[in-house]
Each structure stands twice: as structure tokens, then as C-alpha cells.
Design a protein around this ligand. Structure first.
Ligand code: NAD
Length: 382
């Protein structure tokens, strides 16, 4: 298989093979992001939290681009992660001279012997509601103190010969809380409807304060920091035991048992396939305006959890002969549904207009790719 330039597809050197779905997604990403990655050739990129779900394509995409463009200087990628849930197999299996793995909690200062990173992506944070409610202080610290260290570092370098060229902070669509219907679909200008004391506040409010830090470091110190607000990403890289809704459903399908719905199934979301989302994140990093936030997701279809379960059932049936149905259950987490937004759907015009961001994967196609990936990875819990 080759890409449009005739280069071999996604020859990311892993021991063992990458699932076909990932190989195809990476080939498409390297084409879509060619302009952004060309501008990063020969530079150093730091990705905090790179061992997580979004890290999968955030890390693999520039490495795949390096391989597809051997005449260009490679993008050198460094991952800083505390590996709280271990080093995932896809990362420990990578054998690429352009990649460095560093075990570091983002609360620890940047080691002095690290490269002078040109680009920094701050993705380290506990992101799954079940887990951030269990670790609220750690969640807040990564989003506030961990971010602050990186902003201070970038501010110190702002007037030197080697300034940071771009710093991307991962915020969240949850900063909008539970929007009133007049603000759904939700544009970046909406101020939110958020509890500062509820069980989700550790996440929502620390992301909000993180954004405030970013905006003011951009204004006061000229730090080229931008903000991504992801709306429900799913797909390859998302561990099946992560306790987010799609892997929960996929786990039931793979086990051949009924899909357990932990709500009345009426809440609605739009779901953005991770390849589209990662395309958006690199566009923000390289072309976003400092101090600005961008919704990244898809604006259609907005579907209920019940409908999502039905789509997953139909695709599971096609791929594996799955014959389960959807049953109602109760979460063992008593706060599972507290402050859970009823609807979530973004306006993505800002990213479309300013960054030429165009999500292209339709829901059923993305769900099928996700299930294929889970099948190939046999659950991908590590
Ligand atoms: N996936 C989504 O749909 C989504 C939606 C909204 C926001 N986000 C944000 O995007 C970012 C990445 O999300 P994800 O889904 O990949 O999350 P994830 O939980 O899969 O991965 C996060 C990674 O950060 C690491 N980490 C956590 N705390 C750390 C610390 N103190 N020091 C070092 N490493 C630490 C974890 O070990 C993990 O590898 C997060 O900031 C998250 O809040 C994601």
C-alpha cells in the first residue's frame, strides 16, 4: 500500500503490526497534515500525556509523516507521561529513533537536559469521568499546575533566539457544562453553565482556569498558546477499560453480551472520530491564533445514547454476528449521572473557517473502524 506520493504507508516501526485501521488512518492523516508537518520538520515536539487515548494518533502521526517523507528532516517527538496506567503496548512496541519516552509527572519541573522544544502539546490529564471523580486533586493539578509550568517555561523563552513556536492546551467541551437550549449547538463564545462544586467540577473548572491562564499568558507574555475544546472523540487508541461510553458498548459487543445502558439513553452527543479530531488539533497547534480556543468535533449527527447503542449493535452484528440487545443497568458510581449534560453539540465554524478543519468520517464508518480496531487489538486494555 502506498500514499499519494508513492511512499510506503505508515511504516511506523513497531514490533508486531499496527492494525490495518490505524495504518489507513495514519496514511490519510499524513496527507491531510502534510502542510502542518512540513512546517515542523527538523523540530522538537513535546507531548505530555502522550500515552493516553489521543496520544495514540498524536504520537504516531508525525512519526508516520517522517517515514513517508524521508527527504525531510524528521520531527523529533518526546512523550512525557507518568504512565499511571502503565505504558501501553503500542508505545512500548515502538522502535523509532525520532521518539523518546520520559516518565515524568507534569507537576515536576521540566528536566534541564531536555531539548528546547519548538512545539508543546499539553494533553496530560485524567479525562474519563469515572477516573477523574476518583482522583479530583490530581486532575486539577495536571490542568492547572502542570500547565502553569509549561506556560512559565514558554514565557521565559519568549524573547530569546529559541522561542516556543506553539503550545496547545487540551481543554474540553465540558467547560460549557450543561448549556441551555438556546446555546446548542454551542459556539466558542458561549460562557457556559457549570457547577463549581459538583462531582465534575474538578475537571470542568480546572480546564476553565487553564484556559484563563492560557489567554493571559498570550496577552501578557506573548506566549503562542492555543486551546482545543474536544467534543467526544472516539476510535483507535481509546482503551476498552476506559469507562467512556463507546468502549463500554464495544466491550459488551466483544464479550457477546447485552449492551448495558447506564442511563435512560436520552442524552445526546455528536461523536468525532479520532483521526478527524487529531487533524484539528495539529491545525490549532500550527495555525491557531494565540490565546484563542477552538471547538474540535463534528456537528452532526447529534444522537442519543440509545441510538448510539443501536448503531453499535448493528455494526457488531455485521462484523461478528453479534446478537445482543440493549438493556438498562445502574452504574456502581453513584455520581455517574450528576451534572451530566443533556445535549452536547458544537458549532465548528471557527475551526472550519480559520484552520480549514473538515471532519470527514461518517458516524457508522467511524464506529466500524473503532470496532475493527478493538477486534484487532483484542480489547486494547493495555
Ligand atoms: N478524548 C476526548 O474525547 C477528550 C474530550 C475532552 C477533552 N479531552 C482532553 O484531551 C486530553 C487527552 O485526553 P485523552 O482522552 O487522551 O486522555 P487519557 O486519560 O486517555 O490520557 C491522558 C494521559 O495523561 C497522563 N497523565 C495524567 N495525569 C498526568 C500527570 N500528572 N503527569 C503526567 N501524565 C499524566 C495519563 O497517564 C494518560 O496517559 C486531556 O487533557 C483531556 O482532558 C479529551
Amino acid at each position: 500500500m502506498t500514499n499519494a506520493k508513492g511512499a510506503a504507508l505508515a511504516e511506523v516501526p513497531v514490533r508486531g503490526a499496527l492494525p490495518d485501521v490505524a495504518v489507513q488512518d495514519l496514511a490519510r492523516l499524513t496527507e491531510r497534515l502534510d502542510h502542518a508537518f512540513s512546517g515542523m520538520a527538523g523540530s522538537d515536539l513535546l507531548i505530555t500525556g502522550g500515552a493516553g487515548f489521543l496520544g495514540y494518533y498524536l504520537v504516531l502521526a508525525p512519526l508516520a509523516w517522517n517515514r513517508a517523507n524521508p527527504s525531510q528532516e524528521p520531527i523529533r517527538v518526546t512523550v512525557h507521561d507518568n504512565f499511571l496506567r502503565g505504558v501501553p503496548r503500542w508505545l512500548s512496541d515502538l522502535d523509532d529513533g525520532a521518539l523518546r519516552l520520559v516518565e515524568r509527572d507534569v507537576l515536576a519541573p521540566l528536566p534541564a537536559d531536555e531539548p528546547r522544544f519548538d512545539h508543546i502539546i499539553h494533553a496530560a490529564s485524567i479525562a474519563s469521568p469515572i477516573y477523574y471523580r476518583k482522583h479530583p486533586i490530581e486532575t486539577m493539578d495536571a490542568n492547572v499546575e502542570g500547565l502553569r509550568l509549561l506556560l512559565d517555561h514558554a514565557a521565559e523563552r519568549a524573547d530569546t533566539d529559541t522561542p516556543v513556536r506553539g503550545l496547545l492546551f487540551f481543554s474540553t467541551s465540558e467547560i460549557y457544562g450543561d448549556p441551555d437550549t438556546a446555546n446548542i449547538p454551542t459556539p466558542e463564545t458561549y460562557h457556559g453553565n457549570v457547577s463549581c462544586t459538583g462531582p465534575r467540577a474538578c475537571y470542568d473548572e480546572s480546564k476553565r482556569y487553564g484556559e484563563t491562564l492560557c489567554v493571559n499568558f498570550a496577552r501578557q507574555s506573548g506566549v503562542p498558546v492555543t486551546i482545543a475544546r474536544p467534543f467526544n472523540n472516539y476510535g483507535p487508541g481509546l482503551r476498552i477499560d476506559d469507562r467512556r461510553v463507546l468502549p463500554d458498548f464495544a466491550r459488551d459487543v466483544l464479550a457477546g453480551r447485552d449492551i448495558v445502558m447506564l442511563s435512560d439513553g436520552s442524552a445526546t452527543r455528536t461523536f468525532c472520530y479520532v483521526m478527524d479530531a487529531v487533524d484539528g488539533y495539529y491545525r490549532i497547534l500550527t495555525a491557531g491564533r494565540p490565546g484563542e480556543s477552538y471547538n474540535i468535533g463534528t456537528d452532526r449527527p447529534e444522537i442519543s445514547m440509545q441510538e448510539l447503542a443501536e448503531h453499535v449493535t448493528a455494526i457488531g452484528s455485521r462484523l461478528t454476528g453479534y446478537a445482543g440487545s440493549v438493556v438498562v443497568g445502574t452504574s456502581d458510581d453513584p455520581e455517574y449521572l450528576t451534572d451530566n449534560p443533556n445535549r452536547r453539540c458544537p458549532v465548528i465554524d471557527k475551526a472550519r473557517t480559520e484552520l480549514d478543519y473538515t471532519p470527514e468520517v461518517e458516524l457508522d464508518d467511524g464506529l466500524e473502524r473503532a470496532l475493527r480496531w478493538y477486534l484487532a487489538e483484542q480489547g486494547a486494555s493495555s
